[in-house]
Write a protein that binds this ligand. Structure first.
Ligand SMILES: Nc1nc2c(ncn2[C@@H]2O[C@H](COP(=O)(O)OP(=O)(O)OP(=O)(O)O)[C@@H](O)[C@H]2O)c(=O)[nH]1
Length: 219
C-alpha cells in the first residue's frame, strides 16, 4: 500500500496509458466542515481512525487493488471555505480535476446536509455546459451517533436519487468496510462513465474505418 501526501496544491493533470485508458482516478471530497472528510480519507488510506485531523487541504495518492488490477487513487480532501458565498464552495478547477466526487454530510448536522444539497445543485449548474457529468456519491457520515441523528436515511437517499448519485451511510469512526465500499462504489461509477465515453469513441472509430474502406474501393 502506498500512502503519500502528494502536494498541498492540486495538480490539474489526468494520467493516461498508451491506449488512452485512464490509469489514475481523481476523487474529490466535498462537504461542510467537521463532517468527517479527512476521517473518511484516512480510513480509506490507512484503515485507521485517528480522531483529530487538522485543517490541511491535501491531495493524497493511494494505490489499491480492485479485481486484481492496481488502481491509483488521487484523493483531494478539500476544505469548506469559511467566508464565501455558497455559490463559491465548488470551483470549476475542482470539477475539471475530478473524475468522481464524494459529497459528505454528517447525519447529526442538518446544516451540513443543506451544504451537500447546495453543492449538488452547484455542480449540476457548473457542468450543464459540458456534455458529460461527473459521477458522484452522497455519503451520510457518523452513523455511529444514532442518538444524535437529525437527517434520516430516507432524506439522504432521496437527495442522491434526485441527483442520480450513489448513496451510502457510514461511520468512519467505527468501520473500514463501509468506507471502502464508498470509494470502490464510486470507482465503479467512474468506470461505467468511461465505458460509455469509450463506447461512443468506438462507434466513431468504426464509422471512420468503414468510410476509409469505402474511399479505398473507389480509388
Ligand atoms: N463519532 C464520529 N465522529 C467522527 C466520524 N468521522 C469523523 N468524526 C469526528 O468529526 C470531527 C471532524 O472530522 P474531520 O475528518 O476533521 O472532518 P472534516 O470534514 O475533514 O473537517 P474540516 O477539516 O473542517 O473540513 C473529528 O473530531 C472526528 O474525530 C464518525 O464517523 N463518527
Amino acid at each position: 500500500m502506498v500512502v503519500q501526501v502528494k502536494s498541498n496544491l492540486p495538480q490539474c493533470s489526468k494520467a493516461m496509458d498508451g491506449n488512452q485508458n485512464k490509469v489514475e482516478t481523481n476523487i474529490l471530497l466535498l462537504g461542510a466542515e467537521n463532517v468527517g472528510k479527512s476521517a473518511l480519507t484516512v480510513r480509506f488510506l490507512t484503515k485507521r481512525f485517528i480522531g483529530e485531523y487538522g485543517d490541511i487541504e491535501s491531495i493524497y495518492s493511494h494505490i489499491d487493488k480492485i479485481d486484481g488490477r492496481a488502481i491509483s487513487f488521487n484523493i483531494w480532501d478539500s476544505l469548506y471555505p469559511q467566508s464565501c458565498e455558497s455559490s463559491e464552495s465548488v470551483s470549476e478547477e475542482q470539477l475539471r480535476w475530478a473524475d468522481g466526487i464524494v459529497l459528505v454530510y454528517s447525519i447529526c448536522d442538518r446544516a451540513s446536509f443543506e451544504v451537500v444539497q447546495q453543492q449538488v445543485a452547484l455542480i449540476q449548474k457548473l457542468s450543464s455546459s459540458s456534455s458529460s457529468s461527473v459521477p458522484m456519491v452522497v455519503v451520510g457520515n457518523k452513523r455511529d451517533l444514532q442518538h444524535r441523528r437529525v437527517v434520516s436515511s430516507e432524506e439522504g437517499r432521496l437527495l442522491a436519487q434526485s441527483a442520480d448519485c450513489g448513496f451510502f451511510e457510514v461511520s468512519a469512526a467505527e468501520a473500514y468496510h463501509g468506507v471502502l465500499l464508498v470509494f470502490h462504489g464510486l470507482h465503479e461509477l467512474i468506470k461505467e462513465a468511461r465505458g460509455v465515453k469509450k463506447g461512443a469513441a468506438g462507434i466513431m472509430g468504426i464509422m471512420r474505418t468503414v468510410s476509409a474502406v469505402f474511399s479505398k474501393k473507389r480509388e
